[in-house]
Write a protein that binds this ligand. Structure first.
Ligand SMILES: C[S@@+](CC[C@H](N)C(=O)[O-])C[C@H]1O[C@@H](n2cnc3c(N)ncnc32)[C@H](O)[C@@H]1O
Length: 268
């Protein structure tokens, strides 16, 4: 019988190897999902064991990048969970109307979420406030960040955006590809940032960190949450993914402000 991923020493050795060779620290990512992603690479290469895969990495170091892409899953879309953006818009109109906002999208993949947030801020904040508003958008994967800056998307990723949003903030480029308009692109500043290893962005009022904690074990969720907590101003909004919750250690300071969606307000 194969060892469970939690206890599989061959997987542990592989993660150590990756960490020492490239600095990517997946050692506290959830083992079950890591095992699935690594197994995909083994299957793609017709490699029979973790030991053999480790030797393959030495013989062909470009495989490190393919493993990295496989582990850092970048599934996203514009206005993912649309109810989050509707809720945020209402809150911006009532509580933030004339306030310039510093927002951060941590784990932004190819930029869909960051641009969705920038569109929401543009449509729901007052004209003066938007002039000094900025969305910082970061991801561990520098290539994804580079692609996000290009702001070109296939129509499928826009299915949650209605005709008026498409018309106001995108223009068609060719063959089913849309580009985000300059006004929105100009609000977003992209950068590579590994939230496990790097310090966070400071003094943020709105922080999106969705569908990233699901890949972390409990210890790493708590360690990373400490960084998010440092980053967010008192009274600031934290948006997590549908299946994610604030770790228990912090929950008394992060009341959930709507029971249907994962939006929390940090205590003042
Ligand atoms: C499933 S995507 C989520 C994208 C978007 N937040 C959403 O919910 O649609 C997870 C993203 O987290 C990024 N990621 C994984 N580990 C990370 C880390 N240590 N630091 C920053 N980003 C990370 C991945 O590269 C990927 O783009």
């Amino acid at each position: 019988m194969l060892p469970r991923p939690d206890h599989d020493p061959a997987l542990t050795d592989l993660l150590e190897k990756v960490y020492h060779a490239r600095g990517w620290d997946f050692r506290n990512y959830k083992r079950t999902s890591l095992m699935r992603r690594v197994s995909k690479r083994l299957n793609a290469l017709s490699v029979g064991s973790m030991g053999e895969y480790s030797r393959f990495l030495e013989a062909d170091p470009s495989e490190y990048n393919r493993l990295f892409s496989s582990v850092t899953i970048k599934v996203s879309e514009f206005f993912r969970e649309p109810e989050v953006f509707h809720f945020l818009c209402k809150l911006l109109k009532s509580d933030y109307r004339d306030t310039a906002v510093k927002a951060w999208c941590c784990g932004c993949a190819f930029g869909e979420e960051a641009y969705s947030l920038a569109i929401t801020l543009t449509e729901c904040l007052g004209a003066e406030a938007i002039k000094n508003t900025k969305v910082f958008a970061t991801d561990i994967d520098p290539e994804a960040v580079e692609q996000a800056r290009r702001a070109r998307y296939r129509e499928e990723s826009l299915w949650n955006a209605d005709a008026s949003v498409r018309g106001s903030h995108f223009f068609p480029v060719n063959g089913g590809v849309y580009k985000v308009k300059y006004g929105i692109r100009n609000l977003v500043k992209f950068g590579a940032l590994d939230i496990v290893r790097n310090p966070p962005i400071a003094k943020v009022q709105i922080l999106f960190c969705r569908n990233l904690f699901i890949y972390f074990n409990k210890t790493l969720q708590e360690d990373v949450f400490e960084k998010l907590d440092y980053s967010l101003r008192p009274g600031g909004l934290l948006v997590l993914g549908k299946a994610e919750v604030v770790p228990q250690r912090f929950s008394s300071r992060y009341p959930r402000i709507d029971k249907r969606i994962s939006v929390y307000r940090k205590a003042e």
